[in-house]
Design a protein around this ligand. Sequence first.
Ligand code: AHR
Length: 654
Amino acid sequence: MRFPICITSRRVVRVLFAAGLSAGWVTASAQSHHVAPVQPVAHLEVDTSVIAKPASQGLYGLMTEEINHSYQGGLYAELLSNSTFRGNWMGVDNWTEVVRGDAALTAAMDRQDGPSAALHSGLVLKVTAASVGNEAGLSNSGYWGIPVRANTTYKGSFYAKVDGDVGPVTARLINNQTGAVAATTHVDLGGSGWTRYEFTLKTGEVKTSANNNLELTVARPGTLHLQLVSLFPPTYENQPNGNRTDLIEKMAAMHPNFIRLPGGNYLEGDTLKDWYNWKETIGPLVDRPGHMAPWTYWSTDGFGLMEFLKWTEELHVEPILAVYAGYALRGEHVKPGKDLEPYVQSALDEVEYVTGDASTKWGAERAKNGHAAPFPLHYIEIGNEDWFDKSGSYDERYAQFAEALRKKYPQYKLIATAPVKVKAGNEPDLIDDHYYKSPADMFALVHHYDDAPRTGPKVFVGEWATRSGSPTPNFGDALGDAAFMTSMERNSDIIKIASYAPLLVNVNPGAMQWPTDLIGYDALTSYGSPSYYAQCMFGGHIGDEQPQNSITGVDPNARFFYSVTVSSDTHVLHLKLVNATTLDQPLEIALKGLGAGAHEAKLISLHGATFQATNTIADPMAIHPVDGVLRFAGAVVKHTVPAYTIEVLDVPVK
Ligand code: AHR
């Protein structure tokens, strides 16, 4: 399957004529016959024949966790919320009784009777009166609505146990506003005891809408026990228990190289008992108990470790596997030594589950779960943000994990989440640094790594974002992000990998816990923020070498940033230019090593009128990359970067 590229809509191709082919500076503003004030001309010199430093071509990846309804109500295509009937003091969230005409029922949880040891409870519907046309049952409103589209097949299932004879269960997709039925089917309950039933609902020529619910009803009195009710729309590549296609395609367009999983704070949990116990997230859904996630809502773990791994496969990337290291968000930690051993063993087992062949215990378990082939792996991260652990236990906790992991898996690189004092041989290969900054603070950070030591552990910027927009970043944030990306690329001899966070947000009221997230969506559609497009541009255009380069004529305090890498295989120079000022920046770019003839470079630009300018679910493409071509002769290009603009220039250098 070919992924769409980032620049999909309104493909405006601008042809800019530069030195030798035009009379002078040509800018976006000049095209509109507006003479804008400009900065003095700056001189950028790149010598493509001298490689100064390596660059990390695999720099950009994704970071993920269950936050902002990233999976439930997001990537994970399950349409029903609270499919396992978690209760609270008000009842059972997201489920409503349905009583038509003179039907009657009572609904209550039975905490002792469920289809499995993991799901040992069920919702009991005691229907005392019901008949055809006067049905009783319940309905689920999904995650801020159930999306319904024309001529679409939805796959449903539930576990049920019947006392008496309630007849078939009728499943219907119903529009909340009009009551119109978009699809109906009947499910015969022939099994004895707890049995899993499947059904499909097929819509006809209905209007696309998110404002629907799923109804399950019966037309005879009796008692119906229900658990694990599920409904899926078509998923990416039609995978069962799969993902939303639009979101996978958006991520693919970022050209990521890895997914750091499963968190973030999601790995740790609020208290020690809430840790990400991956063994409880694999296998049949009915054997997954679910767990309380730190971002205030319950995770069914329908999106568990195997789903994370399949997601990496869908994107053709590798996992960066974060293993739980015995620290909980409220400050408790597991004592290093004997108490920590079970967690170290869990990490070893987890690596075996991901990478072991089918002759290993956990490799065999993975094969049983439907994936015979091992997944590729290069990095293991020990914990998350352990600098928060003020007890100072991380040195020892890290060392205990590192020793065991290195002994069994010497081939993997280990990432520590804070600097550690450990004995020689146990040092981490990388340290995970996190940055959440305002635009101004992000601009100020761009030289942070320039003078950092080139010896010792390398750097993983495992979480970073410029934050001011909500729910998704605005153009000012995109400028901060792009500035920081130039800095990461320039320092990518030590910054090997980096991932923006958080990645996803359901933009419906109440769904978000963390403002400023890269990609927004509701039940029906999704959109990329200006920062998302900046990431697409940077991720899709990065080389493995840094040619010698220098700039003069730019005030060091001015918000103008650049980075330059070359792909040694394609011989394309990728020049990133970020003008975060209100003035156009004319540049004279000397590309030493380029021949005398005519050249044609690809130019991609992202422009916003103000820092506040942004994309929204209602106006998803207000800011988007625009493709252009820059033609020039000889080795000097005159090019102006307009105010508030991020550009990528791809110049073939051979
Ligand atoms: O990205 C949101 C949160 O920020 C992550 O869960 C955590 O690691 C960090 O503090």
